[in-house]
Design a protein around this ligand. Structure first.
Ligand code: NAD
Length: 362
């Protein structure tokens, strides 16, 4: 699946006390001014989701770009009416320090470039919103968290579903025990990936395969629904195309145990379509979403017959407005670097279990 068809597939179917200086500077700016966001990496997600969302956001706007491709710089500059002074390459990001129009850098490059681009943005004094997964190792995530703390800027992770009403409704059902106590969660996400040359299949850039790319959503679901951290993980991997998936995982199935006794099963795959949701089993019934992870149309049902189908605004608009509001009001983002690092830690434990051929305790 090309990145285009992947997109169509998905579409269809701190502490802030340590962040005084920049937050002061931003809030001291004229009231009502929209914060400026620079998009770093102008690929599929930036082009088709984030830039269009930034045309709708009430408290932030597209104010700059970072790209390594001169033709894209020209095209975007014209399309979004950007001044030449707000167009950067990956090597000139440090010059953003002088640019008062840019408050936030949204990092949308391949996974293993997130650290480099986050560190550059933080060093220029800009708040950072970074796409998932935060990075490809816990150590690299920690460096990003430390750099943002040191610079006095916020670090947020692009977990759009943390703001999506249907996913949040399921969190409420679990927390308030509306259908009883949560006992079992089944969460799966995958798609049949196309172009064998894309960066998602290269270990150096992706850090892993389907697990890092889409399995992370299932990991988020289990943590959101339980409100707990897993204590035991057992995983197994299957590869049906050893050439295409030479460097990264194709399909992984993993189980986890949580302190309250909840047991979860998840599957991430680049081999097949049809997995895109979750089901939560309780002692009195069940609830879940399918699809759960798409850009639009997430919906589901409850065992009492009630539909879960809450209309939602553009998920990228919602997450960006929340992050801009955090910056403007010196409110720590809930999708912080620590949350992103914890997911990476758990994904690494999944790989560790596969490597060791036995369950791992956390
Ligand atoms: P993409 O391949 O479409 O775009 C990546 C961009 O990075 C391109 O503009 C490319 O030119 C640039 N780039 C810079 N250096 C590069 C290098 N060395 N190799 C390859 N590309 C390089 O990818 P995408 O789908 O836009 O994904 C970007 C990030 O966004 C990834 O971290 C991905 O996990 C994340 N993502 C998140 C969601 C979501 O729903 N939140 C959806 C898709 C992608």
């Amino acid at each position: 699946m090309t990145s285009n068809s992947r997109r169509q597939f998905i579409a269809s179917t701190a502490a802030l006390a340590t962040l005084p200086l920049l937050a002061e500077r931003v809030s001291a700016q004229s009231p009502g001014r929209k914060l400026g966001v620079a998009l770093c990496g102008l690929g599929s997600l930036s082009t088709n989701q984030i830039a269009p969302a930034l045309l709708k956001t009430r408290n932030c706007r597209l104010a700059g770009i970072v790209t390594g491709t001169p033709s894209k710089a020209e095209e975007w500059q014209k399309k979004y009416n950007l001044p030449a002074s707000s167009v950067y390459t990956y090597d000139t990001m440090h010059q953003m320090a002088k640019n008062k129009d840019i408050d936030i850098v949204y990092v949308v490059t391949p996974n293993s470039l997130h650290m480099q681009h986050t560190l550059a943005a933080a060093a220029a004094g800009k708040h950072v919103y970074c796409e998932k997964p935060l990075e490809i190792s816990v150590e690299r995530c920690q460096k990003m968290i430390d750099a943002c703390k040191k610079a006095g800027v916020q670090l947020g992770v692009g977990y759009r579903l943390q703001f999506e009403a249907n996913n949040l409704e399921c969190v409420r059902l679990a927390k308030e025990k509306v259908l009883g106590d949560v006992k079992i969660i089944d969460a799966n996400f995958g798609f049949a990936i196309g172009d064998p040359t894309q960066w998602r299949l290269k270990r150096e850039l992706a850090g892993g395969g389907a697990l890092m790319d889409v399995g992370i959503y299932c990991m988020q679901t289990t943590r959101m629904i339980t409100g707990e951290e897993p204590i035991w993980i057992s995983a197994t991997e299957v590869k049906t195309d050893a050439v295409k998936f030479k460097e990264v995982d194709e399909t992984i199935s993993w189980q986890m145990k949580f302190p309250s006794g909840v047991v979860t099963h998840s599957l991430s795959t680049y081999a097949a379509n049809g997995f895109m949701g979750f089901r939560v089993g309780t002692n009195k019934g069940f609830f879940g979403l399918e699809p759960a992870y798409f850009y639009n149309g997430n919906r589901g049902r409850r065992s009492d017959g009630t539909e879960i189908n809450i209309p939602v605004a553009d998920q990228f608009q919602t997450e960006l407005e929340d992050f801009a509001d955090c910056v403007l009001n010196k409110r720590p983002t809930k999708v912080n670097g620590e949350m992103g690092m914890q997911d990476v830690k758990l994904l690494m434990a999944v790989y560790d279990s596969i490597k060791k051929g036995r369950p791992v305790t956390l």
